[in-house]
Design a protein around this ligand. Structure first.
Ligand code: HEC
Length: 212
């Protein structure tokens, strides 16, 4: 029997199915995504995600460069898929639109540390973040989080007293810790992390579903 046509159509069907599933459907779902959520009414120009400050954009590059994604995800699961919402890691599940301004997006796959998708709303002030980045053990006892102390300068306190830029730490023998521009950018990025409010494709879950 001649299996040629069968083989041909079998291979064609396999390739067509993968093209459909891996190219056409994702393109249909993701290509129309836009940061512009404006409605037709005149005064409501809403963009989401909001543009990050220049400092935070540079901080994103530093976050990527230091591999923080090895231990931290930025993706909040829906209540039915896990306890992320109950833990207060976000107000709603994460959707593709959340990553529109992140390149590369830092979804992550391992959660040795907490999810950071909504960190800025949860905890982040720049001053606290800088101390945590200098030495995570100063923020959380026995933390295994990787600090970036090499982005800070240790120097003697000047005659006029501590610099306004110095970290607010217990006095340490006339030494002060000054964050570099890169450290401040990384802190600004952490502060900017917000999983945002309600979206057409991701409504806020009701309180009883665990979004506390
Ligand atoms: C070896 C794994 C590991 C790496 C790498 C790591 N972290 Fe962490 N991180 C943790 C753990 C564990 C915690 C929880 C303990 C704590 O709060 O310090 C944490 C906590 C945090 C928190 C506080 C989160 C919260 O909800 O309280 C922030 C912010 C953070 N890390 C930022 C970073 C940044 C920025 C980097 C990259 C420079 C980084 N981490 C790299 C493990 C890691």
């Amino acid at each position: 029997m001649n299996y040629g046509p069968l083989l041909f159509f079998g291979v064609l069907a396999t390739l067509a199915a993968s093209w459909l599933g891996l190219v056409a459907v994702p393109r249909h779902q993701l290509a129309p995504l836009d940061a512009d959520l404006s409605t037709n009414s005149a005064n409501s120009v809403v963009t989401y995600p909001p543009a990050r400050s220049g400092q935070a954009v540079q901080g994103h590059a530093i976050y990527v460069a230091h591999g923080c994604v090895a231990c931290h995800t930025q993706q909040v699961r829906a209540a039915k898929d896990g306890s992320d919402l109950a833990r207060g890691w976000g107000r709603r599940r994460t959707v593709a639109r959340d990553y529109l301004r992140d390149s590369p997006a830092q979804l992550g796959a391992s959660r040795l540390g907490p999810d950071l998708a909504n960190y800025g709303e949860r905890l982040g002030t720049n001053a606290f973040n800088l101390v945590r980045l200098y030495n995570p053990r100063m923020a959380v006892t026995n933390s295994i989080c990787e600090g970036v102390p090499f982005l800070f300068e240790q120097r003697p306190v000047g005659l006029t007293g501590p610099s306004p830029e110095a970290l607010i730490l217990p006095p340490d023998g006339g030494v002060e810790i000054i964050p570099s521009a890169a450290a401040r950018q990384l802190a600004a990025y952490l502060t900017s992390l917000s999983s945002g409010g309600e979206l057409p494709e991701a409504p806020l879950p009701a309180k009883e579903e665990g979004n506390r």
